[in-house]
Design a binder for this molecule. Structure first.
Ligand code: FAD
Length: 464
């Protein structure tokens, strides 16, 4: 690798080729803090520099792993000592904002929060939002097709991308920086790179779609008496709010009680004896009319016995207090460590039974094991946290089997929004047919025949 690093240093500057302690100081796993094991990290500053790096890697048959903000949760950024990391940290510019066309063009290393702020500066919004907003990058969001807390209103990252530029494994640049909402001229090539977790190309720039602002935010925490009331509430709020419902985040009692009363980490805004809790959030424009509409919807839900109790956030501080219960991953780690986390999707109607059956199966195997459940219910997405006291590979495999196996029959997915990475590669076949997986291999072979990009990730059998 030495000769290659020398060649790269001549192209992008020696200060941008990191080795030794500068590599191991980097944490590649957000949950465990595991250090980076790559042979080196290179930091190009532009598409041209990155293309030159990839041309050199291609000639040397050097495998690479791309790094964005390192907040991914499926070991997608892990690199072996014989691999080279390409970090997008110096490619973080917001290049242009077009308030008329409603677009923003950014380099892939731009943090999500900076993109959100740049959109706000011109009176628009970039609606993708998630807990890691300060660290995760637009390139990482695209590579993982990130979801987050506003999917029911605005869709996933795929819906926010109009155009995209990527560097391929051989160093060629595919620039598809479309700015238009409509463009049916041939294949929509950007879709190849969205959600393929850096296995088909390295995303370098993107044209993002901005939305009109919805400055009035109404937030409530409600308690639901049953799962059927919970699903009834989802339909009711959607109808009553006429499309402005932006978040429907369900917490099973296991989650709400653990992070409030049991751990003492957050004061419980509502009593902790209901089986389900939901954070409801609506985005509107006219504050008075929107607040009245939101209150009316909640009152009707109370009358129809879809909810038992509700607390409406009266200030930004109260809103943050409510969200903090849902987003307190650190609290989950503290309480359940060693912790296994899962991100699955399945039809909403099947969720109650799935969670009950999983809990029973876990208790049979580990009587003191705990399952804590929350999720973006409106998107059919559950986040499961499992603590059984040990975390050796055999235990992990046994827990994974309990979580994933039932999804095949239910028509669910082993990854709702975090991706496959290394962690779920061997479970891809639970929710994808052999023909789908074969086509994925064909695409990989066509774009990266040497298997240089994020090798061993996503696709089973270690191919490419
Ligand atoms: P990284 O972690 O650096 O990389 C992730 C993967 O993408 C890796 O495989 C990497 O090789 C690849 N990659 C990165 N950049 C590029 C690029 N430019 N071109 C090609 N490949 C690239 N996800 C959700 O969907 N919804 C959530 O609500 C959500 N909440 C989260 C909350 C927290 C606290 C945390 C820590 C994570 C959360 N995530 C969530 C996980 C989510 O995948 C990431 O936060 C984000 O999308 C990854 O961006 P990143 O820049 O950190 O990517």
């Amino acid at each position: 690798m030495d000769a290659l690093l020398k060649e790269i240093a001549e192209r992008i500057g020696p200060a941008n080729v990191l080795v030794g302690d500068d590599v191991t100081a980097r944490r590649v796993d957000w949950l465990t803090g595991a250090p980076c094991r790559a042979g080196a990290i290179v930091r190009p500053a532009s598409t041209d520099e990155l293309a030159a790096v990839m041309r050199a890697c291609h000639a040397a048959r050097q495998p690479v792993v791309t790094h964005g903000g390192l907040t991914g949760l499926v070991h997608g950024a892990e690199a072996a000592p014989e691999e080279l990391v390409i970090s997008l940290e110096r490619m973080s510019a917001i290049e242009a904002v077009d308030p008329v066309g409603g677009t923003l063009t950014a380099q892939a290393g731009a943090p999500l929060q900076r993109v959100q702020e740049a959109a706000e500066e011109v009176g628009l919004q970039f609606p993708l939002d998630l807990g890691a907003r300060g660290s995760c990058t637009i390139g990482g969001n695209i590579a993982t097709n990130a979801g987050g807390i506003r999917v029911i209103r605005y869709g996933m990252m795929r819906q926010q991308v109009l155009g995209l530029e990527a560097v391929l494994a051989d160093g060629s640049v595919v620039s598809s920086l479309n700015h238009m909402l409509k463009n049916n001229a041939g294949f929509d090539l950007k879709q190849l790179f969205i959600g393929s977790e850096g296995t088909l190309g390295i995303v370098t720039r993107a044209v993002l779609r901005l939305q009109p602002p919805a400055p009035d935010v109404q937030t409530a925490l409600v308690a639901c008496p049953s799962f059927s009331a919970l699903t009834g509430l989802l339909g009711h709020m959607g109808r009553a709010l006429g499309g402005s419902l932006a978040a429907f985040e369900a917490m099973w009692q296991s989650h709400y009680r653990l992070l409030t009363e049991e751990s003492g980490r957050h004061p419980p805004p509502l009593a902790t004896d209901a089986p389900f809790y939901v954070i409801l959030e609506s985005l509107g424009t006219d504050p008075d009319a929107h607040a009245a509409q939101f209150s009316r919807a909640l009152e009707a839900a109370l009358e129809e016995e879809l909810i038992d109790d509700a607390v409406l956030a009266q200030s930004t501080q109260q809103r943050h207090g409510i969200w903090a219960i849902r987003e307190d991953i650190e609290g989950l780690i503290q309480a359940l460590s060693p912790l296994f986390t899962f991100d699955v999707s399945l039809p909403i109607a099947a969720m109650e039974r799935y969670v009950e059956d999983l809990e029973a199966a876990l208790h049979r195997a580990w009587p003191k094991g705990r399952l804590v459940t929350f999720g973006h219910l409106g998107d059919g997405n559950l986040h499961l946290s499992v603590g059984v006291g040990v975390s050796d590979p055999a235990t992990r495999a046994a827990v994974e089997s309990l979580v994933y196996t039932p999804l095949a029959e239910l028509g669910g997915s082993v990854s709702a929004e975090h991706g496959i990475g290394l962690e779920k590669r061997d479970f891809l076949a639970v929710c994808r047919t052999p023909e789908e997986i074969a086509l994925m291999h064909t695409l990989k072979q066509a774009l990266d025949p040497q298997g240089l990009l994020n090798r061993h990730k996503v696709l089973p059998h270690g191919a490419g």
